[in-house]
Design a binder for this molecule. Structure first.
Ligand code: PGA
Length: 250
């Protein structure tokens, strides 16, 4: 049995004061969750979020990680820095990084390798653009992204990865994939993991859906056999909405 995992992706939202407000409101609402609960916050909120979630069931994550240990990489944040600040998880290869910041399958692979080497728990994002879905390329794109991300990564490391399937056309648009579309593509991604690492790793791997997941559509998505949780953007910014989503992930 795979334990569901609900992760909030705050993106570039929430100052420290707002982070304090949100986590203070959220913690009591999700304390009885039976799934894993994560909030992936901006770098500047990590230390505060870690302090505020001490003695709670909420884990803290970052939204990116440098592939190098240290050095001349202006604007990047290292694994050691993330860990010292209190991050346990890290999102890698989010479509916004791929679209706006030149992230490629190769750089995603380097960041994933670095996260695993340092014991951070990666949430690896994959997903197709609208034109790719309409052109019948969804599986091809997802396969390329998964195979590229896991290049030279061992099975014992791969086991520690959570994948988030996020169709780009569903992110922040209010347009969700149907329950069946999400389930089918996640099943396909699991089959690619199986090709790479065998049935045991594939069956154990948690694969989330992401893209306009909210308090209203979570139940239908979570009822699908292949969907092990969600990566939640907009709806993770409100304690009430996010806690409803957490409560639905049993
Ligand atoms: P959304 O974002 O829930 O606002 O669509 C999801 C994500 O990008 O991780």
């Amino acid at each position: 049995m795979r334990k569901p995992i609900i992760a909030g992706n705050w993106k570039m939202n929430k100052t420290a004061a707002e982070c304090r407000e949100l986590i203070t409101a959220l913690a009591p609402k999700v304390k009885d969750a039976t799934c894993d609960v994560v909030v992936c916050v901006p770098f500047t909120d990590i230390a505060l979020a870690a302090e505020l979630t001490k003695n709670t069931n909420i884990a803290v994550g970052a939204q990116n990680i440098a592939w190098a240990d240290s050095g001349a990489f202006t604007g990047e944040i290292s694994a050691a820095m993330l860990i010292e600040a209190g991050a346990e998880y890290v999102i890698i290869g989010h479509s916004e990084r791929r679209q706006y910041f030149g992230e490629t399958d190769e750089s995603v692979n380097k960041r994933l390798t670095q996260a695993l080497k340092n014991g951070l728990k990666p949430i690896l994002c994959v997903g197709e653009m609208l034109a790719e879905r309409e052109g019948g390329l969804t599986e091809k794109v997802c396969r390329t992204q998964v195979v590229g991300a896991f290049d030279k990564i061992s099975a014992s490391d791969a086991e520690k990865v959570v994948i988030a399937y996020e169709p780009v056309w569903a992110i922040g648009t209010g347009k969700t994939a149907t329950d069946e579309q999400a389930n089918e593509t996640i099943g396909f991604i699991r089959s690619v993991v199986k090709e790479l690492y065998g049935a045991k790793v594939a069956d154990g791997m948690r694969i989330q859906y992401g893209g306009s997941m909210n308090a209203k559509n979570v139940a239908g998505l979570m009822a699908q056999s292949e969907i092990d949780g969600g990566l939640i953007g907009g709806a993770s910014l409100k304690a009430d909405d996010f806690s409803i989503i957490v409560g639905a992930a049993k």
